[in-house]
Design a protein around this ligand. Structure first.
Ligand SMILES: [Zn+2]
Length: 231
């Protein structure tokens, strides 16, 4: 063991890293989320239920082959803490780790992985530079590592920054969003089944806009997998 390793172990002993979900000190061998939290997170099991509530949210809006979220999102709960940290807390590894958890679940229903490639919901370039990473891309990276699926993270682009949309109606949100995304010039999606990845679904306007861009460009089918959805 080199000196640096000894120092590292010692510093963990004195200042153990907290679990990003519950805040208790992690044991050696645990990374970012404690074993208890990983086991007890509020999993939806939507990957086994084609008529789940995320899927139903898109009925009549855009045809998705399947749509699922890994976890229920409750205000003040562990999932909210995790999503907040992976998005705003400069925790890129947490996004990748949670993408791995998503991939492990999807693997238990191989039907869902009958896809050509995985596309993360893009961020506006300037915003991504400011945050340092796009959490959806990292979630997709973790998901692809766990499943062996192919990542295409430069296929879909966000052309404009979108402002706060909370006060807009669903219609104007949609009108606003559909102009925001486009395909890269060399994208080939014709006849492909594409899985979109996002961190959380709320109104679904972003997913709807991205799926429509892909379908209008000739994609055969689009599906959606996210970490969480708000009830
Ligand atoms: Zn924990």
């Amino acid at each position: 063991m080199v000196f640096a390793d000894i120092l590292y172990d010692l510093s963990l002993l004195l200042f153990p890293e907290p679990c990003q979900a519950c805040g208790t000190s992690l044991f050696k061998g645990e990374r970012l989320i404690c074993t208890t939290c990983i086991y007890n997170l509020p999993y939806t099991d939507y990957h086994l239920d084609p008529d789940n509530r995320v899927a139903r949210q898109f009925w009549g809006r855009v045809p998705l082959r399947y749509a699922m979220a890994l976890l229920y999102f409750r205000k003040g709960g562990h999932v909210q803490a995790l999503l907040h940290r992976l998005k705003y807390g400069n925790q890129p590894e947490l996004a990748t780790l949670m993408g791995t958890l998503l991939g492990e679940r999807l693997k238990t229903n191989p039907d869902l992985l009958n896809i050509d490639f995985v596309v993360p919901i893009p961020m506006f370039k300037k915003s991504e530079r400011k945050r340092g990473y796009n959490q959806s891309r990292l979630i997709a990276t973790g998901m692809c590592t766990a499943t062996g699926a192919q990542l295409e993270d430069r296929l879909l682009l966000k052309k404009h920054q979108t402002g706060s949309q909370t006060r807009k109606s669903r219609f104007s949100r949609y009108e606003n969003m559909r102009l925001v995304f486009c395909l890269s010039a060399d994208a080939h999606v014709n006849g492909k089944h594409i899985l979109l990845i996002d961190d959380v679904v709320t109104t679904g306007a972003t997913v709807e806009a991205c799926a429509l861009v892909l379908l209008e460009a000739g994609a055969a089918t689009v599906s959606l997998a996210t970490l969480a959805f708000t009830e």
